[in-house]
Design a binder for this molecule. Structure first.
Ligand code: AMP
Length: 396
């Protein structure tokens, strides 16, 4: 069974082609700068053959056609006919309240994803473009939508409602949706496997720490709370997003600086977080480097980043009445061992302890807590694409 996984963004498309018999990625790649100058495709096969094609890619349709050409290419290709692809799995950002699970895409599903474009304006329209282009190229092949929000639809009302007038929930469905759900689902399930215990019996806190960052509390196999909200802006300090702030700050700064709501929105989404505090970069590697060289604001940015995570872990332990395991994943969670060490050190009063040797790991699955730690701590590289491929296979 061959499954194509597509993650279609505003100017990019990422793809992976899976052979599901062995769960092997036979080829993967990405198309960047769609519709802008210097667009290109990068492609790599399981055997390690790599190619890069620099050419004008005016839109997503052209991008997906180019991807197909490469998948069928004599030298770099991995299939002989487009018909060998059995199904396509699409990452879709916002599934609103309706999509509690992944689903086979039909006209009705497309219409509902369209309706949720106002909740996910930066992603859903592009996810839909990917779906439409694939449908045109492979009209007879099933397509599946896997939503970032689905995993969080199990949250209880007390966790997802904001204390605003209830009518905004009734009229506009203003609530906490949460994101990175496919990643939280993958790593929390994998954590249970590594612990050799039933997923349904565990309390897990999953920390997805990348350029976008969120935490999820998973109790008895269900998400019970998560840090992102109606949009991905809420919660942790991120690369360029501020996360939690006093909402009254928005009016205060807008008045002081004479900003429009769009300008303020951009400041909170694109100019805050690690970048905003450090003034150096949104990339934690640059910020760490500067902090090591004595830059005060870079050090402060990292302190804020870690402190917010410590607070959320404490809050989610209280929410679940304890925790069995904490998982770190995504770019920072998988690679920045200083961040992990600093966070767990602040939780030392609970008897949670890291093994400094084990914690040196980068990008590999590993238990990094000591044998006598009260809570197990793991690094588990996320694999959203595999999760999408598995869901697609299960549904078809
Ligand atoms: P993501 O959004 O998951 O791709 O994560 C991006 C973040 O992970 C950036 O802040 C990077 O600095 C960080 N990151 C990615 N790879 C590494 C690495 N090998 N070492 C340290 N940080 C990394």
């Amino acid at each position: 069974m061959i499954i194509l996984v597509i993650n279609s963004g505003s100017s990019s498309i990422k793809y992976q082609l899976f052979n599901m018999e062995e769960e092997i990625v036979v080829a993967k790649g990405g198309i960047q700068r769609i519709g802008i100058a210097n667009s290109f495709l990068e492609h790599e096969t399981h055997e390690g053959k790599e190619t890069r094609i620099d050419q004008d890619i005016p839109d997503h349709a052209a991008g997906i056609r180019l991807m197909m050409d490469v998948l069928l290419d004599e030298e770099y290709g991995v299939i002989n006919d487009i018909d060998e692809i059995d199904a396509v799995g699409h990452r879709v950002l916002h599934g609103g309240e309706k999509f509690t699970e992944s689903i086979i895409i039909d006209e009705e599903v497309v219409k509902t994803i369209e309706e949720y474009c106002d909740l996910g304006p930066l992603h859903n329209p592009h996810n839909l473009t990917g779906i439409r282009v694939c449908k045109k190229l492979m009209p007879d092949k099933p397509q599946v939508a896997v939503f970032d929000t689905s995993f969080h639809t199990t949250m209880p009302e007390k966790a997802y409602l904001y204390a605003l007038p209830y009518e905004y929930y009734e009229k506009y469905k203003v609530k906490r949706y949460g994101f990175h759900g496919t990643s939280h689902r993958y790593v929390s399930r994998r954590c249970a496997q590594l612990m050799n215990r039933p997923y349904e019996e565990l309390k897990i806190i999953s920390c997805h720490l990348g350029n976008g960052a969120s935490i999820a509390a998973v109790a008895n196999g269900k998400c019970v709370d998560t840090s992102m909200g109606l949009t991905p802006l809420e919660g942790l300090v991120m690369g360029t997003r501020c996360g939690d702030i006093d909402p009254a700050i928005i009016k205060f700064i807008m008045e002081k600086e004479g900003l429009t709501i769009e300008e303020m929105d951009k400041i909170m989404n694109k100019k805050s977080g690690l970048l905003g505090i450090s003034g150096i970069s949104n990339d934690s590697r640059d910020v760490s480097e500067a902090a090591k060289n004595g830059n005060y604001r870079a050090k402060l940015a990292l302190e804020l980043f870690d402190y917010r995570i410590v607070k959320y872990i404490g809050a989610y332990m209280a929410a679940m009445g304890g925790v069995d395991a904490i998982v770190f994943t995504a770019g920072i969670g998988e690679n920045q061992f200083e961040t992990r060490a600093n966070i767990i050190e602040q939780l030392g009063f609970l008897g949670i302890k890291l093994d400094p040797e084990a914690n040196k790991v980068r990008g590999e699955e590993k238990e990094i807590s000591t044998a006598d730690s009260t809570v197990k701590v793991f690094v588990i590289p996320t694999n959203e694409e595999l999760m999408i491929a598995r869901d697609t296979l299960a549904l078809i």
